[in-house]
Design a protein around this ligand. Structure first.
Ligand code: TRP
Length: 332
């Protein structure tokens, strides 16, 4: 049986991914590589919808690539590349723009939210056509499965609609992708505000554990995490959101069950517990950060990995693009 094709993308909008990204997305990407034919791209063209200093964009793109590789994305098992290295994304993106209705694109909630925030004069057209480029990212590879977070559900819906519309007008050209909405089994919350998700839009950096932070900084963040009144180390999301979050982080990274950890800390205080959580986090991240730093130091090798990935991706992408053009009646 042939393996199912998986595709996902991530934007490079920060210098460091954080533990929430890792547990919510990257971990799933890593686990898909073994039994699926996985394609993963850094959606650097999508990042252009927000004006970014060129040096910063370049640095973040390479940093994101290095961190994904260091977290276990293995270029020998999957196809890992930058979206901008494969021109077919833009080419199919245009075709998708010609499939999408103005009204349906206007109804995309991310577009509505973001454009409302910045006002129409400061909203770029690329933000409007963002979902059509994302549809191209997915459809070029005939993906069966697209692991994404809940916030991307609507973009996946429009991708399926566009693919179905194209197929019914021009003959079967695209696989209709299924979403794999990652229900973060292990939801990680902000250390300073343990009822809000750990996210880079968080108001304070003290609440997020960043992969590229030094072990000292991350240990300090864990030790200063907001905890609750009381002194029992017990999982109780309602009454003890802070302690529950730390228990979840510990359990997910150490592989120990929550009950075992609770037992280990019977009769001990929050202080001892936090010290151990800090150790678990630091030891988990140490090799990841170390490897990412090594990759960044040897930029030529990092670029070679990305260029090899793009060469592999281009073969599949071009095959789909040529079939699309042919079916549309564009002269071959
Ligand atoms: N829009 C996605 C996000 O912001 C990133 C993305 C771009 C993507 N292209 C994709 C995700 C294709 C899945 C498939 O998270």
């Amino acid at each position: 049986m042939t393996r199912k094709r998986v595709l996902s993308g991530i934007q490079a909008t920060a210098d460091s991914t954080h533990l929430g990204n890792y547990l919510g997305a990257v971990r799933h990407w890593v686990s898909f590589q073994d039994e699926h034919d996985a394609f993963y791209c850094i959606a650097d063209l999508h990042t252009l919808t927000v004006e970014t200093d060129p040096a910063v964009l370049r640095r973040r793109t390479l940093a994101t690539a290095a961190q994904l590789l260091a977290s276990g994305i293995d270029p020998d098992k999957c196809t890992f590349f930058l979206q901008s290295h494969v021109a077919q994304h833009n080419q199919l993106g245009w075709v998708m723009e010609c499939m999408a209705g103005f009204g349906e694109a206007s109804r995309m909630t991310q577009f509505k939210d973001k454009s409302q925030k910045s006002g129409s004069d400061r909203t770029v057209v690329g933000l409007f056509t963002y979902p059509m480029l994302m549809a191209a990212d997915i459809l070029l590879y005939q993906a069966d499965l697209v692991p994404v977070g809940e916030d991307q559900r609507q973009h996946l819906e429009i991708t399926r609609d566009l693919a179905e519309r194209f197929n019914s007008r021009y003959g079967k050209t695209f696989q209709i992708p299924d979403g794999h909405i990652v229900k973060s089994g292990a939801k990680i919350y902000d250390l300073q505000n343990p009822t809000a998700k750990m996210s880079k839009s968080s108001s304070s950096v003290a609440g997020i554990v960043e992969i590229m932070d030094s072990p000292e900084v991350n240990a300090k963040k864990i030790k200063s995490a907001v905890t609750d009144t009381g002194r029992e180390v017990k999982f109780d999301e309602k009454e003890k959101p802070g302690i529950s979050n730390l228990l979840m982080i510990h359990s997910t990274l150490s592989g120990k069950s929550i009950e075992t950890i609770e037992k280990d800390f019977e009769g001990k205080g929050y202080g001892d517990f936090k010290t151990e959580v800090a150790e678990v986090v630091v030891e988990f991240l140490r090799p990841v950060r170390q490897r990412a730093l090594e990759l960044l130091e040897d930029e030529a090798s990092l670029l070679a990995i990305l260029h090899d990935g793009a060469a592999k991706a281009r073969i599949v992408a071009d095959h789909t693009l040529q079939a699309t053009y042919k079916n549309l009646g564009l002269v071959q």
